[in-house]
Design a protein around this ligand. Structure first.
Ligand code: GLP
Length: 258
């Protein structure tokens, strides 16, 4: 794994399998240090390997072994399609349950997600922010990145704010329709933890793999921080935020090839 610093952010580059194990260990260390750690997780294809590694490690757990229990950990989803019930297999609640929460010993009472079925979006957003505050804030936030530079569902051009209802952009709809049958069934609105919600996390790890993410990663690390590329606001967090990239995702970054 190579390491460099770009715009003050620590950037690690390695094959995806290596990145996934490194991030698995970051999450497990967070739980070891604080058994009731508040952990925020993304959906998407990118983190699936991290979740598989966490599940596999959990299964190797033996009494007295160093692998921690998730029994006190608090797990939060960062976004959800608006009006998508949690039992729907296309929901992000379902995604996290089927890829991670359902396979470790996290208590269902300690799993939180924005309530896409609340009477109004405003109520859902306020309730989620109040929930995060009541939990004492986010200890570790794992992020993916959209091809347009979005993190969670914070789309380009939208002001920095806290949890809100978002109109998904054409780019995001195009990227995510692959999960829906028929593709037109994909919702065009979502609830998302806002940039200010995410950026307040005590530690942030962004994982990006594949050439499709190279431009978004370059802009996140080298563009002037601003709404055109929401992930670019991570630059201001230098000491709290680390990027983990495979060579394809890192291919447009300046400096020595890793
Ligand atoms: C969705 C999620 C993001 C995720 C992004 C990238 O839009 N809201 O949290 O980072 O997809 O997903 P993928 O990893 O499938 O490219």
């Amino acid at each position: 794994m190579t390491e460099r610093s770009i715009s003050g952010v620590r950037v690690f580059v390695a094959p995806a399998a290596e990145l996934e194990l490194a991030i698995r260990d970051i999450v497990l260390d967070a739980i070891r240090q604080k058994p009731d750690a508040v952990l925020m997780f993304p959906t998407g294809s990118t983190p699936e390997g991290v979740y598989a590694a966490l599940v596999s490690q959990f299964r190797r757990r033996r009494p007295g072994a160093p692998n921690p229990s998730w029994s006190q950990a608090r797990c939060l989803n960062m976004d959800e399609y608006w009006r998508m019930p949690s039992w729907d297999r296309q929901s992000y609640a379902w995604f996290m349950k089927s890829h991670l929460y359902g396979w470790v010993d996290v208590s269902t009472a300690n799993i939180y997600y924005p309530d896409a079925m609340a009477p109004t979006a405003e109520e859902a957003c306020q309730a989620y922010e109040a929930q995060i505050e009541a939990l004492g804030g986010i200890d570790h936030c794992l992020l993916g990145i959209g091809v347009n530079g979005h993190i969670a569902f914070n789309e380009p051009g939208y002001p920095r704010t806290r949890t809100h209802l978002v109109e998904l952009t054409e780019s995001t709809i195009e990227a995510n329709q692959r999960f829906f049958e028929p593709p037109e069934a994909m919702p065009t609105q979502a609830l998302t933890a806002g940039l200010d919600t995410l950026l307040a996390s005590r530690r942030i790890t962004l994982l990006a793999t594949g050439a499709a993410k190279a431009e978004a990663v370059r802009d996140a690390l080298t563009a002037d921080p601003g709404n055109d590329c929401p992930a670019s606001f991570l630059q201001g967090l230098a000491d709290r935020c680390t990027f983990y990239l495979d060579e394809e995702a890192a291919s447009l970054l300046p400096g020595e090839a890793p």
